[in-house]
Design a protein around this ligand. Structure first.
Ligand code: IPD
Ligand code: CA
Ligand code: CA
Length: 280
């Protein structure tokens, strides 16, 4: 009698494997977002720079429906309508549009972010940038792919040789802390990028477009896919002080393994890190 492992990656009701379903859903979700891109929006302000549009909701509704049709027994954790869902068992973690501030401004840098996790461990990941038609995907032990080609994280050795992506997020104090850190580091890098989509920035770190990406305040729907994309691409992904990350980790440092180690060393040598005074 053959035994399947309890965390074997599931097949949907249509008979398609989860990765294929996630890729198909991300592409359709991206089309829904793209149809609304550079159109007038109904906007709800959630906080400084933190916007919600009808497009975020339309994409999220589509993803809930499409995934539930294929996997009626799975959970769903998503930014706009299911942010507090538990992560036990099989759970889809979804950001309908990552980079909404860019989306609203007409800046062509945003993505649909989807991860299927088992007890919080990502097993399938898709990050889809519909403007550039860039689909990043990974499956546990299956490597990381960009538009059908295998990709690897960068192999640069040092921070000085790195293009470093950071982002500012919505936590003002931590946002200031990351700017201070960048100020302290500069010009000790090749260049700095602030892409405005953390999920896409992390996908860029998975495929070597960025050598490193650092963020100070993420949510599960921002980071879940990246954990798998970066690891399967041979990159290193930890929190800002080098500890293991999970889907509920707030901070992240990801990219080229040697440059990642060099960055941690630089922080230690310079007493620079993103921790606020009352925490580590
Ligand atoms: C945000 C973007 C932004 C990052 C924030 C995220 P949203 O996600 O990824 O680049 O700095 O921390 O929350 O609100 O566009 O989905
Ligand atoms: Ca979002
Ligand atoms: Ca997001």
């Amino acid at each position: 009698m053959s035994m399947t492992r309890p965390d074997a990656i599931p097949i949907g009701r249509s008979g398609e494997p989860a990765l294929q379903i996630a890729r198909r859903c991300a592409q359709e979700a991206g089309r829904i977002a793209l149809d609304r891109f550079r159109q007038p929006h109904e906007i709800t302000v959630k906080g400084r720079g933190d916007l919600l549009t009808e497009a975020d909701l339309a994409v999220e509704r589509f993803l809930h429906r499409a995934i539930a049709e294929e996997f009626p027994g799975h959970g769903m954790l998503s930014e706009e309508t299911a942010a507090d869902a538990a992560t036990d068992g099989w759970v889809w973690i979804v950001d309908p549009i990552d980079g909404t501030r860019n989306f609203v401004a007409g800046i062509p840098f945003f993505c649909v972010n989807i991860a299927l996790c088992h007890n919080g461990e990502p097993a399938v990941a898709v990050t889809y940038d519909p403007v550039h038609d860039d689909a990043f995907w990974a499956e546990r032990e299956g490597g990381t792919w960009l538009n059908g080609q295998p990709v690897r994280a960068s192999n640069v050795n040092t921070v000085a040789a790195s293009v470093l992506g950071i982002d500012l997020g919505y936590h003002d104090e931590r946002g200031r802390a990351i700017l201070q850190l960048a100020h302290q580091l500069f010009p000790g890098v090749q260049s700095l990028r602030v892409p405005g989509s953390a999920a896409l920035g992390l996908a860029y770190a998975a495929c070597g477009r960025y050598d490193l990406f650092l963020h100070h305040y993420l949510y599960p729907w921002d980071i879940a896919a990246a954990i798998l994309l970066v690891r399967e691409a041979g990159g290193t992904i930890t929190n800002h002080i080098g500890s293991t990350v999970g889907v509920t980790s707030r901070t992240v440092l990801a990219g080229a393994p040697a440059a990642h180690a060099d960055f941690l060393q630089w922080q230690a040598d310079n007493e620079a890190n993103l921790s606020l005074p009352d925490e580590e």
